[in-house]
Write a protein that binds this ligand. Sequence first.
Ligand SMILES: NC(=O)c1ccc[n+]([C@@H]2O[C@H](COP(=O)([O-])OP(=O)(O)OC[C@H]3O[C@@H](n4cnc5c(N)ncnc54)[C@H](O)[C@@H]3O)[C@@H](O)[C@H]2O)c1
Ligand SMILES: O=c1ccn([C@@H]2O[C@H](COP(=O)(O)OP(=O)(O)O[C@H]3O[C@H](CO)[C@H](O)[C@H](O)[C@H]3O)[C@@H](O)[C@H]2O)c(=O)[nH]1
Length: 332
Amino acid sequence: MVKLRMAIMISGGAGYIGSHTVRYFLDKNEDVIVVDNLQTGHRQSLAIEHLYQIDLRDKKELDKIFRVHNVEAVIHFAANSLVSESMEKPFEYYHNNVYGLMCLLDVMKDNDVKKIVFSSTAATYGEPKNIPIIEEDDTNPTNTYGETKLAMEKMMKWFDQGYDIKYVSLRYFNAAGAHESGNIGEEHDPETHLIPLILQVPLGQREKIFMFGDDYSTEDGTCVRDYIHVMDLASAHYLALEYLRGNNPSEVFNLGNGNGYSVKQVIDVARQVTNNPIPAEVKERRAGDPAILIASSEKAKDMLGWEPQFNSLEKIINDAWRWHKNNPEGYS
Ligand SMILES: NC(=O)c1ccc[n+]([C@@H]2O[C@H](COP(=O)([O-])OP(=O)(O)OC[C@H]3O[C@@H](n4cnc5c(N)ncnc54)[C@H](O)[C@@H]3O)[C@@H](O)[C@H]2O)c1
Ligand SMILES: O=c1ccn([C@@H]2O[C@H](COP(=O)(O)OP(=O)(O)O[C@H]3O[C@H](CO)[C@H](O)[C@H](O)[C@H]3O)[C@@H](O)[C@H]2O)c(=O)[nH]1
């Protein structure tokens, strides 16, 4: 069988963060193949030759792909990732996230692939004791989603011990924004994330935005989050791959921009960016929301040389707005 040039396999590459990372890797002249079952991803978000529509848990098919392509490393985005859904469907979350990774690592082991960059989450920490959160802080997830991601991190630790598969786990905070071109962006159905929901108001797709609670112990009473531009996440994945290429040990890194913004502040910036009044109404708290989540990303800066380029909230919302304005119906 003829093996092709060494490739980076991106699982979940047709999803929101995955498609932006594919774009970044192509700009870096990497050979990329994508494996995605398209359960939430979009074929139209990708302009690449090799998109395989298969489920990671189909080990036989996955193995075939690894045998044809000379896979150097895996960037693993594919997962179920909605917090509230995870509380109602723990079986699906354990099956897709934990068992899915187990299948992937097994195929990597069989094909002698020794590097994986993994999408983890701030949800592994649960309710934080300290702000900003550092990687050594306790991990006590408060939902099934975060628990599955923590289990996946632990699984990779033991696969490193047993099979020498090195990993970098990237715990992202709130991914937001879109590629500057405005031709790829975020489209989830149902949408649950704050910024795309706010932007549905100026698009005429919803009347107002609900703010989930204004009685938190924060400056204006609404929850504070650390929004990180999706292209800054993409560059961190590239640096994580370079780190593994340098034969460095497995590591865990937070990725945020270090600035917290309240729900009210996000809505205010969106009003300025879109020049729209965006009516907002307070509703009861959403279960499981910590008051404040802000990352310390010092470790990623020190060890990966990562510097977020787009850390102003105006820039993040402006890029998201360009995508949504150009594509009000998303990829369809
Ligand atoms: N969006 C955020 O704010 C955020 C924050 C922290 C972590 N994450 C993590 O980042 C990753 C990507 O998130 P996203 O927002 O881009 O999600 P997304 O749903 O847009 O992308 C996930 C992709 O994985 C694919 N997929 C899922 N299960 C699969 C399977 N079994 N086999 C093959 N493909 C499969 C989906 O079709 C989709 O294209 C996820 O692992 C998520 O948990 C996201
Ligand atoms: O209509 C809405 C939607 C959200 N919010 C609030 O806006 C903030 C951000 O909510 P998102 O749903 O956009 O994001 P989360 O912080 O809940 O979750 C995100 O970040 C987490 C880690 O911080 C996980 O990684 C998760 O996968 C990812 O979606 C929260 O305080 C939420 O209560 C509202 O007030 N109104």
